[in-house]
Each structure stands twice: as C-alpha cells, then as structure tokens.
Ligand binder design. Structure first.
Ligand SMILES: NC(=O)c1ccc[n+]([C@@H]2O[C@H](COP(=O)([O-])OP(=O)(O)OC[C@H]3O[C@@H](n4cnc5c(N)ncnc54)[C@H](O)[C@@H]3O)[C@@H](O)[C@H]2O)c1
Length: 285
C-alpha cells in the first residue's frame, strides 16, 4: 500500500479533530476537513488540490450522502471522528453514529478508498470491571478481545462501528483500525484519566501508525499513552508501529492530592467506563 497522503478528517471541528488537524500535517498529510459545524480557521495544511475541487473544508452532516461521497473522492484514507461523543437519546445516536458511520463506509466503498481509522471508544467495553492496578501492583491488563460491554447507547454505537468495519473488511476489502480511545486531552484532569489518558502527541503517533501500517485488515486497538496506571493492553497498537512517548504519572501527585485514589466501593470507579456507567454526561445539542 503506498503511504497515504491526503486524508479526510471527519469531526474536524471537535476537540480531538482540532488537536489532530494541528498535529497531523507534521507527518506530511494534506487534510480535507468535514464537520456539520463550521470550521473557522483554515490552518493546518488542508488539501485544496487534486480531487478536492478546491473545497478543503466541507460543512455537512453525515446524513448527507452526496456531500460525503464528494468529500471522500480522491482521498487516500479517512480518519472518522465525527459523531456524538457523549450519551444521547437513542434516536440521535442512531442517526449520527450508526447511520452516519454506515453512510461514511458506503461513500468510502463507492469511491474506492482503501483505509479508514475509526474513533471507537473505551465505552464500547465500559462495563468491564477495571483492573485493580496501582503503580506498586499492576493488575492484569484488559485485552482487545474482551467481551463488549457497552455502558451507554453511545458505547453501543461504537461497538456497531467496529462491527461495520469488520464487515467492510471481510466483504469489500476496506481496511480499518478501530481505536478505542481513552481520553485525549492536553492534560489528564482526573485520577481515572491517569489510567486512560492519551496525550495529543501520542494520539497523532497512533493515527499515523494506523494510517501507514501494512495489512491491518480490521484491527482493534486501545488508544492511550504508556501510562504507569494503564488498564488495558496496548500490544495490538504497538504491533502497528505505535510507540507511545508519554505517561500521565507526573500528573498523579497533584490529582491524587486533590481527588484521592479511586475508591473500589464507589460505583463510578468500578468499571472501565467510569461515571458513564452510572451518570453519563449528555450530548448538549
Ligand atoms: N476525545 C476523546 O478523548 C475521545 C474518547 C473516546 C472516543 N472519542 C471519539 O472520538 C471522536 C471525536 O471526539 P471529540 O472529543 O473530538 O468529540 P467532539 O464532540 O468534540 O467532536 C465531534 C465532532 O463531530 C461533529 N459531528 C457530530 N455529529 C455530526 C454529524 N451528524 N455530521 C457531521 N459532523 C458531526 C461535531 O460537530 C463535532 O465537531 C468521537 O467519535 C468520539 O466518540 C473521543
């Protein structure tokens, strides 16, 4: 597979999309941006050239099949971040995350794109009991083939996306790396995030590995930094060539002093999905 150069980045107006459209051009990618929300700034090495019809920013909904086809036309790969990123009523999740991801894969198939990187989530397995891990006593890490235990309709939709990716590989030969992202933010802001944090720089490293590794078929990986308090197994991500450089541990003393260690008796601390299992944050729109 020739190294991909032009990438469609869906969800480019969002938190992760903004971080990645800043970080990915350093790897040599030209980006085409897609989001239902307008993207004001045009920085970040977007592609206005061949195949892009001069439209390097596409403001459209994942429900708009024609806009999606036009957006994927001529790109080498798609990084699919767009969708509802919190819990929401099932009808909204159905439209944006389930039908929207189906529409994206259909556009990819129709336009002959060969590689997708899908933003899955730890919430696809959110009801998995978290390992009792501490820096002194690391627990057994959760493998990617652990049974799906979604903690929300949101997590359910990520399991759907992973299975859709599997189907499109087996049926149509379209390769996908599904990344069960932990929490990708500039810094960890909670004790839970010490275990699931992915630094933006490691996020870009992982996307680059997922875009360039040979023969991925459909591969599921967890997305996080090399955290001392890691809960899950990064071996399938490392097999793609991902070498995380960051660890949340330097943030641990201040966060633990402010919030305390995770209390196993607290239901919010019992599962990988944290408070999504008991009191999920609701998508505001
Ligand atoms: N940020 C994280 O730590 C994290 C963790 C796990 C999974 N993820 C996944 O990564 C992706 C990006 O996360 P984020 O934190 O940037 O979320 P976000 O909510 O900040 O961004 C999502 C973007 O998708 C766009 N979008 C939503 N519905 C759309 C539709 N129907 N058509 C077109 N665009 C639509 C929104 O406008 C938004 O800009 C999401 O799929 C999320 O589920 C993120």
């Amino acid at each position: 597979m020739p190294a991909p150069r032009t990438i469609l980045l869906t969800g480019a107006a969002g938190g992760l999309g903004t971080l990645m459209r800043e970080a990915l051009p350093a790897y040599g990618y030209a980006l085409r941006l897609f989001d239902v929300r307008p993207i004001e700034d045009g920085d970040g090495g977007e592609d206005a050239g061949e195949g892009g019809g001069g439209r390097n920013i596409v403001t459209a909904d994942l429900a708009d099949k024609e806009a999606l086809r036009e957006a994927v036309r001529g790109v080498d790969a798609v990084v699919h971040l767009a969708g509802i990123s919190l819990e929401a009523p099932f009808e909204k999740i159905l439209r944006a995350n389930i039908e929207g991801t189906y529409n994206l894969y259909e556009a990819v198939r129709e336009e002959g794109v060969r590689r997708v990187v899908f933003a899955s989530s730890n919430h696809a397995v959110g009801f998995t009991p978290r390992p009792a891990t501490t820096p002194a006593e690391p627990g057994a890490l959760i493998p990617v083939n652990t049974a799906r235990r979604p903690d929300t309709y949101y997590g359910l939709s990520k399991g759907f996306g992973e299975d859709l990716a599997s189907l499109y590989w087996d049926l149509h030969g379209i390769e996908t790396v599904s990344i069960r992202i932990g929490s990708c933010f500039p810094e960890p802001t909670s004790v839970r995030m010490l275990s699931v944090w992915m630094s933006p720089a490691d996020g870009a490293r992982l996307l680059h590995a997922a875009l360039t590794a040979e023969g991925v078929g459909h591969t599921v990986v967890y997305g996080s930094s090399a955290n001392t308090r890691l809960w899950w197994d990064l071996s399938t991500a490392r097999a793609l060539g991902y070498e995380p450089q960051d660890d949340s541990e330097p943030y641990a003393p201040a966060l633990i002093a402010a919030q305390g260690e995770l209390d196993p008796a607290n239901p919010d601390h019992a599962h990988l999905g944290g408070h999504f299992c008991t009191n999920p944050p609701i998508w505001p729109y």
